[in-house]
Design a protein around this ligand. Structure first.
Ligand code: UT7
Length: 320
C-alpha cells in the first residue's frame, strides 16, 4: 500500500484515424470481423510523432488539469514498449519537452500492465524518498512494431498516450502486480540479438507477434485474479468499486469477466471502439477520458486492471 492521490489527468492521440474498412486495402479483412471479434471500430496512428512527443502532450494536459508547473515535478515514470531509443529513456526526453530541469526520470517495460506497474513504482518512490509529485505516463507508438501484412495483429493496435500527476498524501492505494514467464512466447516483439564478440547485435524481426487465442484465455484468468487479489488486499467487495477500468484489448474478454463476476457491462469503462489496443497507454487514456467526461469524480473508488506480454497482470484500487 502506498500513499498518493491523482491530482491531474491527461491524454493525447495522434490525429490520423484509420477505420476498419481502411484495412481492406492492405489485408483480407472486414469491418464485420474486426468489430464482432474485438469491439474495435477505429484507431489513431502516428505519422511522425514519436512516443516522447505524444507522451509529453498527455503529460502537459495532466499538469494543466492539476494546476502544476514543470518546477513542481520530482519524478517522471513512463510505461512503454515502444520507446524512442534504447537510451536515453523516453521519460528523459519527456523531461526536456516539458521543461522540467531537475527530476528523476526512467521508463518501465511491463507491456499492457505497464501503467499500473509505473503507478506502483512512482508512488513507492515518492513515499520512500519524501518527494511530493510525479507524472506517470503510459505511451505507445505501436504502429512502429506492428506487421501490416499480418491481419491477425495489424487491425488490433493503435497509438496514444495517457498521463496522471500524482501527489504524496495520506490516501491509501492498493496495488497488485504480478508476472510469470511466458514459456511459449505467445506475445512478444524481439530486439537485438548478440552476434558474437566484437560483432555487436542484429535484429532479424522486431514485429509484434501474438497467439491470440492463448492470450485471450490467459487474459480472462489474469483479469479475474487481478480483481480478486486487489479486493482481498483492500478488504472490499466488487460492489464497493464504482468503476473498473480494464486494459482495452477485446470487448469479449470483458464480457467473459462480467459473466464470472455477475456484473453488468456498464460497470467497466470501455473505449476500445475508438482507440483499439494501445498497450501501456490504454488504461491511462481510459482513466483520463473517464475523468474529463465526468464518468468518475471525487470520492469514487476506481479499479484499474491490466494484462499483457511477460506475461504480466496487475490491478490497482484508488479513491479519487
Ligand atoms: O494487449 C495484450 C493482450 N492481448 C489480448 O488480450 C488479445 C487476446 N486475443 C484476442 O483478442 C483474440 O484472440 C483476437 C481478436 C486476436 C482474435 O480473435 P479470435 O476469435 O481468437 O480469432 P482466431 O485467431 O481464432 O481466428 C479466427 C479466424 C481465423 O480463420 P480460420 O482459421 O478460422 O479460417 C483467422 O485466420 O479469423 C481469421 N482472422 C481474420 N479474419 C478477418 C484473423 N484475423 C482476421 C482479420 N480479418 N483481421
Amino acid at each position: 500500500m502506498n500513499d498518493m492521490k491523482i491530482i491531474g489527468f491527461g491524454h493525447y492521440v495522434p490525429k490520423t484515424i484509420k477505420y476498419n474498412d481502411d484495412f481492406k486495402t492492405i489485408v483480407e479483412t472486414s469491418d464485420e470481423w474486426i468489430k464482432s471479434r474485438t469491439g474495435i471500430s477505429k484507431r489513431h496512428l502516428t505519422d511522425d510523432e514519436n512516443t516522447s512527443d505524444i507522451a509529453s502532450k498527455a503529460a502537459l494536459m495532466a499538469m494543466e488539469d492539476a494546476g502544476v508547473s514543470a518546477d513542481d515535478i520530482d519524478l517522471v515514470v513512463c510505461a512503454t514498449i515502444t520507446p524512442d531509443s534504447f537510451t536515453p529513456s523516453t521519460a528523459s526526453k519527456i523531461l526536456k519537452l516539458l521543461g522540467i530541469k531537475r527530476a528523476m526520470a526512467f521508463d518501465i517495460s511491463a507491456a499492457c500492465s505497464g501503467f499500473i506497474y509505473a503507478m506502483n513504482t512512482a508512488s513507492a518512490i515518492l513515499t520512500a524518498n519524501n518527494l511530493r509529485r510525479a507524472i506517470v505516463i503510459g505511451a505507445e507508438t505501436l504502429s512502429k512494431i506492428v506487421d501490416y501484412t499480418d491481419r491477425s495483429t495489424c487491425v488490433l493496435f493503435g497509438d496514444g498516450a495517457g498521463a496522471v500527476v500524482i501527489e504524496a498524501t495520506e490516501n491509501k492505494s492498493v496495488f497488485y502486480c504480478m508476472s510469470k514467464t511466458d514459456e511459449e512466447n505467445i506475445l512478444y516483439a524481439n530486439a537485438l540479438k548478440p552476434q558474437g564478440v566484437f560483432k555487436g547485435g542484429l535484429i532479424d524481426d522486431y514485429h509484434l507477434k501474438m497467439n491470440g487465442q492463448k492470450v485471450f484465455k490467459f487474459a480472462i484468468e489474469a483479469v479475474n485474479d487481478a480483481i480478486n487479489s486487489a479486493l482481498n488486499t483492500a478488504g472490499l467487495t466488487i460492489n464497493d468499486i464504482d468503476l473498473i477500468i480494464p486494459h482495452q484489448a477485446n470487448e469479449r474478454i470483458i464480457a467473459a469477466v462480467c459473466r464470472h463476476w455477475n456484473l453488468d457491462f456498464n460497470r467497466f469503462y470501455l473505449n476500445i471502439s475508438e482507440y483499439g489496443n494501445t498497450s501501456a497507454a490504454s488504461i491511462a487514456i481510459a482513466l483520463s477520458e473517464a475523468h474529463h467526461k465526468k464518468v468518475i469524480g471525487k470520492g469514487n473508488r476506481v479499479m484499474l486492471v491490466g494484462f499483457g506480454a511477460g506475461l504480466t497482470w496487475a490491478s490497482m484500487i484508488i479513491e479519487l
